[in-house]
Design a protein around this ligand. Structure first.
Ligand SMILES: [Zn+2]
Length: 223
């Protein structure tokens, strides 16, 4: 029987056509449960958890748990802090606000389904995010897709209407669709290593997550 690692619940329901995706008790989705498992494996209890940790768009399922585990260096940010009343959010707009931070400022950067909301070129954003990581620091994140058999499509911010973005980018506020170049772009980032989360399909099943779904990506700056 699957159990939610956020709340301990054991009932799951379909969500947007995805079977047993949503925890009926706390409402967590697959990416929240996988995220918590991956943080447990890759971040919590490590030296990186003791420095400045930046969490973008801090989800209500993950914020309270991270707050309990991390130190006073745990920082949350979003362009629209009102969307996250449960968390003390800094108001940051990327890409403009990358320049606020010196090289190597953070020991970890966490973001889920954020990269598709940042206008511009995602390769530039990844260079900036990884620039902000201290030696040995990790970025742990997830994105929609990547979608196979097509290159990344960008430019949603230049469309005139939400309806056009919904049609071309699958959500009103998404500016890109990630494609086949995503992983090679990650691998080409200098001075670090890239890998996908190591949760097995069995571990996913125990969280009511289908095989290989909600992949988390990790990039670590060389130590
Ligand atoms: Zn739950």
């Amino acid at each position: 029987m699957a159990t939610c690692n956020i709340c301990g619940g054991s009932e799951f329901e379909d969500f947007r056509g995805r079977p047993f995706e949503k925890c009926s008790t706390c409402g967590s989705l697959a990416r929240h449960r996988v995220g918590w498992a991956v943080y447990g494996q890759e971040l919590l209890g490590t030296k990186n958890a003791e420095g400045y940790v930046l969490h973008l768009a801090p989800e209500p399922w993950l914020f309270p748990k991270l707050k309990e585990e991390l130190t006073s260096g745990y920082l949350c940010a979003d362009p629209s802090p009102k969307t996250y009343p449960h968390a003390p959010c800094l108001k940051l707009y990327f890409p403009q606000d990358f320049s606020l931070f010196p090289d190597g400022y953070f020991t970890a950067i966490l973001h889920n389904h954020v990269l598709e909301h940042i206008p511009g070129h995602y390769g530039d954003h990844l260079k900036e995010f990884t620039r902000l990581l201290a030696p040995g620091g990790k970025m742990i994140f997830s994105i929609p897709g990547p979608y196979k058999g097509q290159p990344t499509k960008e430019g949603g911010e230049h469309l005139a209407t939400d309806a056009e973005r919904l049609e071309q980018f699958l959500q009103e506020d998404h500016y890109r669709l990630f494609g086949d170049d995503f992983e090679p772009t990650m691998e080409a980032l200098p001075d670090g290593v890239f890998w996908k989360d190591a949760l097995t399909d069995e571990a996913r099943a125990a969280l009511s997550v289908r095989p290989r779904k909600a992949p988390f990506f990790i990039w670590q700056r060389d130590g």
